[in-house]
Write a protein that binds this ligand. Structure first.
Ligand code: NAD
Length: 485
């Protein structure tokens, strides 16, 4: 073979080898790129899998910044109002995402809320109770739960009176499976979320700034809770719940103000309030009329008359008198300008609770819808819930003295004209007619229950008349009397 041909053949072989090498290199590159894509996808999938597993197994870690009050609350927790920026922030953050349920913490929170609100028997109610850590709210929540209704509570734990008592009530409710959220009724976003997430059949609205004379020191608190808060509640119930719940809410006997006709009937005048507290409750009744008229909300207002009993309110006369008697401090009693003792229609808590539950049971349905259309008129009711037998405050003190085994140091002054009224006396015939309300507890019996609780809760030693406050009341300073609220 000529040498030129051999050279050409050798060159051809080299070229072929080179091309082969190039093809192999390209194949390897393709292989590497394909496998790195695969690796990337596998890594992404594994990470997502881990996130899902974490969310399912540790929802509490993801929601740690939100205060779910069903968790044991400690009496030593901060006494600040939950309308504080911290708690408001918590709920805002929670609600900040419109799709909270797609996150672990949202799902966990909603589960707790739904579990608490879920009725335990067929035909039972599902009730949102505002002010559930309060005196009447805690009792009503327990009674509703005991008969198998679903209950979700809400309270801002403000410091109007000792918040550790509210926390203790909250713990009691938690032990019966009732969640009480740390929340303010003015948190419209939270209310909207709750009422759209849970099909509440009823709202029992008890959250309010109570107390007659405190209104002169903190008027804005009354406007915030009793007027703005009531509007926020009605707005949420009328426009964000589907179907709309029926609302039962606490007005007050104080709306009768300067009315002198007795016993006080729902037909009497209520346009002369004697305190800002009374004025805000009266405003609430007018606001209720508007929401019933426009949105077809079923609304029942209950005018409570001086409620007392175990787990009561430390700012009220019977409670603060008991504390002062035990501590050996003086108490101030009011006498009217014509020398008569102030009298109150003291109503025992169990009677009030029965009235509240009967009002819920007979409330009748709302007729409105989220779209703003109403099918027809909805029930709008107002009832007195009292005891029908006014007792002089001096008699109430005498009963306490007997039960506590110690005399009170009494100071009698003329009643100032800054909120209190000389007497209250309920006519309850409307409540009796419409839902069988019949108060059944005498002041003697009711105060005995109160004192039993009081000495146990505050560890008061009443043996031999020598009262010793072993517990929490000992260091507290005396509170002003507020017999009517
Ligand atoms: N106890 C009575 O003698 C009496 C008499 C007439 C009317 N009322 C009314 O009955 C209802 C219950 O009274 P109570 O004696 O149980 O009082 P309470 O003060 O013990 O209960 C009210 C609860 O509402 C909470 N609250 C106040 N403002 C709030 C807000 N903005 N957001 C969320 N929670 C808030 C408070 O922290 C409190 O726990 C109130 O509306 C009160 O005005 C009570």
């Amino acid at each position: 073979m000529p040498a030129g041909v051999v050279d050409a053949a050798a060159k051809g072989v080299k070229l072929e080898r080179h091309a082969l090498l190039l093809r192999r290199a390209a194949g390897a590159k393709q292989l590497v790129s394909a496998s790195s894509h695969l690796l990337f996808r596998a890594t992404v999938l594994a990470t997502l899998g881990l996130v899902v597993l974490f969310a399912v197994h540790y929802p509490s870690l993801l929601s740690h910044s939100f205060s779910l009050s069903a968790l044991p609350a400690s009496g030593s927790r901060s006494s600040s109002s939950s309308s504080s920026p911290r708690s408001r922030h918590s709920h805002r953050s929670l609600l900040g995402s419109g799709t909270s349920s797609s996150y672990g913490w949202g799902a966990a929170w909603e589960r707790e809320v739904r579990r608490s609100a879920k009725p335990r028997r067929d035909g039972a109610l599902s009730v949102l109770v505002t002010g559930a850590a309060g005196f009447v709210g805690a009792h009503c929540s327990l009674a509703l739960r005991a008969r198998g209704d679903g209950v979700l509570g809400l309270d801002n734990f403000n410091a109007y009176y000792d918040p550790s008592l509210k926390r203790a009530r909250q713990r009691l409710l938690a032990s019966r499976g009732v969640v009480v959220l740390d929340a303010d009724i003015n948190d419209a976003a939270l209310l909207e979320r709750l009422l759209s997430a849970v099909p509440f059949t009823h709202v029992l609205h008890l959250a309010a700034q109570a107390g007659v004379r405190h209104a002169m020191r903190a008027p804005q608190a009354y406007v915030a809770s009793n007027v703005a808060g009531l509007v926020a509640l009605f707005e949420a119930a009328a426009r964000h719940a589907d179907p709309q719940p029926a609302v039962v809410w606490a007005s007050s006997s104080s709306v009768y103000g300067l009315n002198t006709e007795a016993p006080f009937s729902e037909d009497h005048r209520t346009d002369r309030p004697a305190s800002l507290y009374a004025a805000t409750k009266k405003a609430g009744e007018a606001i209720a009329h508007a929401y019933n008229h426009i949105y077809g909300l079923s609304i029942t207002g209950l005018r409570f008359f001086t409620v007392y009993g175990p787990w009561g309110r430390p700012d009220m006369a019977y409670f603060s008198f008991a504390r002062s008697i035990v501590a050996g401090e003086p108490i101030t009693l009011f006498r009217t300008a014509d020398g008569a003792d102030a009298r109150r229609d003291f109503t025992y808590i169990d009677d009030i609770v029965r009235g509240c539950l009967s009002a819920l049971d007979t409330a009748g349905k709302s007729t409105g819808s989220k779209s703003g259309k109403k099918r027809g008129p909805a029930p709008l009711r107002v009832y007195n819930l009292g005891n029908t037998s006014p007792v002089p405050v001096t008699r109430m003190v005498a009963i306490l003295e007997k039960l506590l085994g110690k005399k009170a140091h009494k100071r009698v002054v003329t009643m100032p004209t800054n909120g209190d009224v000389p007497f209250t006396h309920a006519n309850v015939s409307h409540a009796a007619r419409d839902f069988g309300y019949r108060p059944a507890t005498s002041l003697e019996v009711g105060l005995r229950h109160f004192v039993d609780w009081f000495v146990q809760y505050y560890k008061v030693d009443v043996r031999g008349g020598g009262n010793v406050l072993a517990g929490k009341t000992a260091k507290r300073k005396s509170m002003p009397m507020s017999a009517a609220s």
